[in-house]
Design a protein around this ligand. Structure first.
Ligand SMILES: NC(=O)c1ccc[n+]([C@@H]2O[C@H](COP(=O)([O-])OP(=O)(O)OC[C@H]3O[C@@H](n4cnc5c(N)ncnc54)[C@H](O)[C@@H]3O)[C@@H](O)[C@H]2O)c1
Length: 340
């Protein structure tokens, strides 16, 4: 099997490449390095022993996208990670997000059609559910109005794929709705590389603990949850990567029951911000500097996955605990510090 991974040098893409390679699947990679670096290829090679074929290409360049597909033979499927993902930046610059997350998706789907490639996995997000009315969240939960242009690109992206599947007998697609990916590879060869001030909790914890940030702000401690802080479903990035391998195998082996499917990828367990901080303090044997700040607008109170569908259809379940994920992220952060 040969799979194209777009955005493959990013956080989730790089871990997925390693899992694909470990299953004997050939991988080719596109990335424009807007949020990653070439050094990630070394990390991948250090783990798997294989350096995947890589092209530095911007998927907004439609002719370049088509030339890439023209030059490649026998691609069985595409896993499309490439996108911009900073929620705050998407509010500041919505057109950049619509261009980068929507135009690129359309070009890739057009190339699949032209080059007769059937199998497509899309990186979606639990953000499409907003604050769900019922927890845990099933795939049938209503899609709520997006809180940001970024979230909207995931909703529109899913609709574009679904509309294309309706009229294409050749296309088979799966949208994976990720909950909150965290952690790093156990080898500490690859991990998350936030550019600028991290927007997500775990990278912020790591940078605070390592001394890059002074203090973590916990936004809101008066929510209706066990300790007043927000609840999320934190999933180890390697578990998430493995879900992609199962999803692409499902399509390539014609095991799908409809030509457009959606799956939640989460552990099924919610953790509060304070539980994440406690987990970090336990695994690192350090104490984290944090204080409470007012609630942040747009934050949902609580989100965790009902993962029964992915478990029964793909045979997937999360294997790592929150502590495992925090430890892997901490090892990665220390490695980054030692390198710099
Ligand atoms: N990390 C999360 O919390 C999360 C949660 C839900 C969904 N997602 C989605 O998963 C996907 C991967 O996320 P990630 O955390 O690995 O992000 P990332 O930024 O680490 O990886 C994305 C990669 O895509 C590349 N890229 C961006 N625009 C490109 C373009 N026009 N052409 C070629 N390459 C381009 C970037 O350089 C980067 O390497 C994204 O679609 C993201 O929206 C992420």
């Amino acid at each position: 099997m040969k799979v194209l991974v777009t955005g493959g040098l990013g956080f989730i893409g790089s871990h997925t490449i390693v899992e694909l390679q470990q299953k004997g699947i050939e991988v080719v990679v596109i990335d424009n390095l807007s949020n990653s670096s070439l050094a990630v290829l070394d990390g991948i090679e250090n783990i798997s022993g294989i350096r995947p074929y890589f092209e530095q290409l911007d998927l907004r360049d439609k002719p370049a996208v088509f030339s890439f597909f023209e030059s490649q033979n026998n691609i069985d499927g595409v896993i499309h990670f490439a996108a911009s993902k900073a929620v705050g930046e998407s509010v500041e610059n919505p057109l950049l997000y619509y261009e980068n997350n929507i135009n690129t998706l359309v070009y890739v789907l057009q190339a699949l059609e032209k080059y007769n490639i059937s199998n497509f996995i899309f990186s979606s997000s639990c953000t499409v559910y907003g604050q769900a009315d019922v927890l845990p969240i099933t795939e049938n939960a209503p899609i709520k109005k997006a809180e940001s242009p970024y979230g909207n690109t995931k909703q529109i992206g899913e609709e574009i794929i679904q509309d294309t599947c309706k009229i294409s007998s050749n296309l088979n697609a799966i949208s994976l709705r990720y909950f909150n990916p965290i952690g790093a590879h156990s080898s500490a060869e690859i991990g998350e590389l936030p550019i600028g001030v991290p927007q997500n909790l775990v990278p912020f914890i790591m940078q605070t603990a390592i001394g890059v940030r002074k203090e973590l702000s916990v936004f809101g401690n008066d929510y209706p949850t066990t300790d007043g802080t927000c609840v999320r479903d934190y999933i180890h990035v390697v578990d998430l990567a493995k879900a992609h391998v199962l999803a692409i195998e499902r399509l390539v082996n014609n095991k799908n029951t409809s030509n457009y499917e959606t799956y939640n990828i989460g552990t099924g367990k919610g953790s509060t911000v304070l539980e994440v901080i406690n987990s970090f303090e336990k695994i690192s044997n350090t104490s984290l500097s944090y204080s409470f700040a007012p609630r942040r607008s747009g934050d949902v109170v609580e989100a965790y996955a009902d993962n029964r569908k992915v478990s029964s259809d793909l045979g997937w379940k999360a294997e790592s605990s929150l502590d495992d994920a925090m430890l892997s992220a901490w090892n990665w952060e220390n490695k980054l510090k030692n390198k710099s």
